[in-house]
Write a protein that binds this ligand. Structure first.
Ligand SMILES: [Zn+2]
Length: 252
């Protein structure tokens, strides 16, 4: 069960019950210093937003979660399914997911409609970026397998959280894209098919052995809630980016 602390200075989604020593969170667009159209907590450097504002926003979010901004590790995000094992704070260009067993390394993936996924198993955390292409190609299960390998555990020992993403209410796709997904993840009630990435991820993870009760979905649609989230599709590309963050914090 995940909750959004709406009344804090930097609101973010987190597990209702702390999973010590892990810190897992999904950011929103609130609580930062960026100006429109990147207002407020834009965390993406690949935008035309002021770089100093982005740096301030990143620091604000991580400090609010008691994480050290100097321990950040990021992924290049190339819409693939490769998972990089992270040993220290660094950037991994050719991957879409990060996994680590190192305490205090802060994993972050960047999204603004694509689905962020966070994983936790004893002694291991992971973060994945999964758009339609990555989800169709198996990113959710690739990251799960990387977690199980590193933790030496079965999929039934892994917790997975699905963050704010564009969903079946809003995400119109081409017929050829919809055809790559199970029928349960596609809605056919309007002119064009609409894709629900979280449903696709959920089905794949359950089939791979994750327990239903270990799958947590924020339920948030980035396109439906402009006061809370950036949406690349809704905002025609001129928008900010959220983070999905996972870390094994030493203590705070
Ligand atoms: Zn929606």
């Amino acid at each position: 069960m995940w909750i959004l602390d709406a009344d804090t200075a930097v609101p973010f989604w987190r597990p209702r019950q702390t999973i010590a020593p892990a810190v897992l969170l999904f950011s929103t667009r609130r609580g930062g210093v960026s100006r429109p159209p990147y207002d407020q907590l834009n965390l993406g450097r690949s935008t035309e937003d002021d770089g100093a504002a982005v740096a301030t926003n990143r620091e604000r979010l991580l400090r609010a979660a008691h994480l050290d901004p100097a321990r950040l590790a990021t992924a290049g995000q190339v819409h693939g399914t490769r998972v990089a094992r992270v040993h220290s704070p660094e950037h991994h260009p050719e991957c879409d997911a990060l996994v680590t067993s190192e305490p205090s390394v802060v994993l972050a993936v960047t999204t603004a409609d694509c689905m962020p996924l966070l994983y936790h198993a004893p002694g291991v955390v992971a973060a994945a970026h999964s758009g339609w292409r990555g989800t169709a190609d198996g990113m959710p299960v690739s990251a799960l397998e990387a977690v199980c390998t590193l933790a030496g555990c079965a999929p039934s020992a892994v917790q997975v959280a699905i963050g704010p993403a564009i969903r079946g209410c809003c995400y119109e796709v081409a017929e050829a894209v919809a055809a790559r997904f199970p029928a349960e993840a596609v809605r056919l009630t309007s002119a064009r098919p609409r894709l629900d990435l979280p449903t696709a991820a959920r089905l794949a993870l359950l089939r791979a052995g994750v327990e239903e009760r270990a799958l947590h979905d924020t339920g948030a649609c980035t396109s439906c809630e402009p006061t809370w989230y950036y949406s690349h599709r809704r905002d025609h590309g001129r928008t900010g980016r959220h983070w999905g963050v996972a870390a094994l914090a030493e203590s705070d």
